[in-house]
Design a protein around this ligand. Sequence first.
Ligand SMILES: [Mn+2]
Length: 328
Amino acid sequence: MGLVHVFFHDKCFDGSASAALFSAFYRARFDREAPFVYSGLAHKATALFEPGQFSGDENAIVDFKYSPDPKVTWWFDHHQSAFLSAADAEHFQNERHPHKFYDPNYRSCTAFIAEIARTRFDFDTAPHQELIHWADIVDGALFESAQAAVELREPAMQLTLAIEGSRDPSLLQKLIPDFTRRSLAEILQQDYVQAELRPLLERHRKSIDVMRRRMECRDGVIFFDVSNDDLEGYNKFIPYYLHPEGVYSVGVSRSTFRMKISVGSNPWHVVPDMKNLAVLCERYGGGGHAKVGAISFPPDAAETARAAAREIATTLQASYRHSVAALE
Ligand SMILES: [Mn+2]
């Protein structure tokens, strides 16, 4: 029996769930006794893969970029930008490897693995439906409401907070095997999960209080400046939770290495003719997607960042008034 080394998107619910589902599939259809090891992969500016890293008898990459390394024997991904280069994309297309799969139309890699394993390898995915369902919701950010996204009542939402916020690399080593043998509610009750979660939930609650104090909503735009507050990241749905009447949000925050303007739109409150936020942020040297964008400034450019944020808020307020006038 050969060692299976699984490489997965680190600190990501879908990445961890993909690693778990792939393992269950491989055990059921290829080798019931195979030992597994797991390594998280992160996006960074330098080389994503290290030479010699693919040390298993089988090496699987799930929910992460393609590697043309011949030691990689399985690959599943659903990201729009799955290939580091045109040469990698060509390598994938020409090789036509029977165990390498790519489809950017899937909301989660977990659902993609499930579909391939079920239809091509006759794997029974029924026992893993809960995991597949939640991977789709979390990775697609398809929360039914701002309450669901911020109050974190569902076990999957609290597990996501633990996975994304934990600094302990051993958490996922325990969580991945648990994903295919316990329900999410059972996993949540495990001591090792509760120990991780307690401080993270406390920080999450505090961040809601801080943001509540710093927020105002006028003409459809929620504005907040938390750059002088001790906030280590925050849930990006909090603005719409506190101000459901808001359509856009503009926030200023600070980290050790930059000042940041975050510009977003409320998934649960849209108006006609929404402003494209990527285009708006590009005007200030930032970027993003149509529905969410960001701009970075050097850490000492606080005033420039604040002035730009005010200007963006004013632009979005005018756009909102225009949209609402069109509705009347
Ligand atoms: Mn994913």
